[in-house]
Write a protein of this length. Structure first.
Length: 188
């Protein structure tokens, strides 16, 4: 589940894409807390197929309910950015500032970039034939709300539109392995 702030109005209509620089991914259950979805004046719950999808949207693991994943992400983030091992790990605020600049274009739309497919690590999301795909185990897996489809093979030298922000791709390349929906391994 993700959080970008209060994005809905009292009639439960989405009225904003984001309200904060802090875009996080949370667990569905935590310490017995219960929420009514789209409670007026409370953050808007966003639901993702898996962690790879939330990362592609520009979210990071929550520092409270996903503390161990957050710490893994921070360490990989630092390695991926070439920060010295002895340096303190970056704060959530520092990570969020970089991600906010990487995920939104000046017009407020999703920021993407081009890269050779062969340069991307498994767990990255790309656009192929106008649709989102997960790069997983050397193949492209078409994304849908229900899960991933059968693998497609694309040439490694092909240039693709990358949906996952560059700093997150660097963190994945540096060892952060996104949690992937089980359908990515079933669809063969």
């Amino acid at each position: 589940m993700g959080n970008r702030g209060v994005l809905h109005d009292a009639q439960k209509r989405i009225v904003a894409e984001h309200r904060l620089e802090r875009w996080i991914t949370c667990v569905l259950t935590f310490r017995g807390r219960h929420r009514e979805v789209f409670t007026p004046g409370r953050y808007t719950e966003l639901f993702f197929l898996d962690e790879a999808t939330s990362l592609a949207a520009g979210h990071r693991p929550c520092a409270e309910c996903r503390r161990s994943r957050y710490e893994e992400f921070r360490a990989a983030w630092a390695r991926g950015r070439g920060e010295a091992a002895a340096a303190p790990l970056p704060s959530a605020v520092a990570i969020d500032a970089v991600l906010h600049a990487e995920r939104l274009s000046p017009d407020g739309g999703k920021k993407t970039y081009e890269a050779p497919l062969s340069s991307l690590p498994d767990g990255s999301m790309i656009e192929h034939a106008g649709l989102p795909h997960l790069l997983w185990r050397g193949s492209l897996r078409p994304w849908s709300f229900e899960g991933y489809g059968p693998p497609l093979h694309a040439g490694g030298s092909a240039r693709v539109t990358v949906l996952t922000p560059p700093s997150i791709v660097s963190a994945i390349r540096a060892g952060f392995e996104p949690q992937i929906h089980e359908s990515a391994d079933r669809a063969r």
